[in-house]
Design a protein around this ligand. Structure first.
Ligand SMILES: [Zn+2]
Length: 182
């Protein structure tokens, strides 16, 4: 399982074992639990760790890798194109959006805050335009429904001319690339 990062955490309630996408293992536990019990827990989970690391390795092979330079190029392109696109779509569909910012988010394409500020992943700039619009419209609809209720999806679907499920499926097949360490 390689090296294990051990963290004594005041906040965690129990022992938490995680395998990162890189395959690195992290074990965090409250001080009360103590190192010995935490390590015994890790031992008991060795098989799970190995299986998860294998799964992560397989996934890494199917995820595109890009260089830091390419990330910087995407970041610049995203900053230049995504906020104007979001404001244009907001205007077209009549949404009141706050600030639109671009971040280096790796786990989601976009998010919408309680104050209706939208944050978009710079990796969105690598996707085709219709998927960029899909993600942005999804987030814009969150300015009206701050949840994933049926009413929310009905609104998204209406804005997309009945193509929500189709586009959702297409987006699911897109992976946020891994940044290759130089
Ligand atoms: Zn959402």
């Amino acid at each position: 399982m390689g090296e294990v990062e051990c963290v004594v955490s005041a906040r965690s309630r129990g022992i938490r074992l995680t395998v990162k996408p890189s395959g690195a293992v992290r074990l965090s536990y409250p001080a009360l639990v103590g190192r010995r019990r935490a390590l015994a827990f890790l031992d008991a989970k060795a098989e799970w760790v190995a299986a998860t690391q294998r799964r992560m390795a397989e996934r890494r092979e199917t995820i595109p890798h890009i260089t830091r330079q390419e990330v910087e190029r995407l970041r610049a392109e995203a900053a230049r194109t995504l906020p104007p696109l979001a404001y244009a779509l907001a205007e077209r569909f009549g949404f009141e959006v706050g600030r639109v910012t671009v971040r280096a988010a790796r786990t989601k394409w976009g998010s919408c805050s309680a104050r209706n500020d939208i944050s978009l992943s710079l990796f969105l700039a690598a996707l085709p335009r219709h998927l960029q619009e899909f993600v942005i419209i999804h987030e814009l609809c969150h300015t009206v429904h701050h949840n994933h209720s049926a009413a929310f999806h009905a609104l998204v679907d209406r804005c997309l001319g009945g193509r929500e499920r189709e586009l959702e499926g297409e987006l699911k097949r897109c992976r946020i690339p891994i940044v290759a360490e130089a």
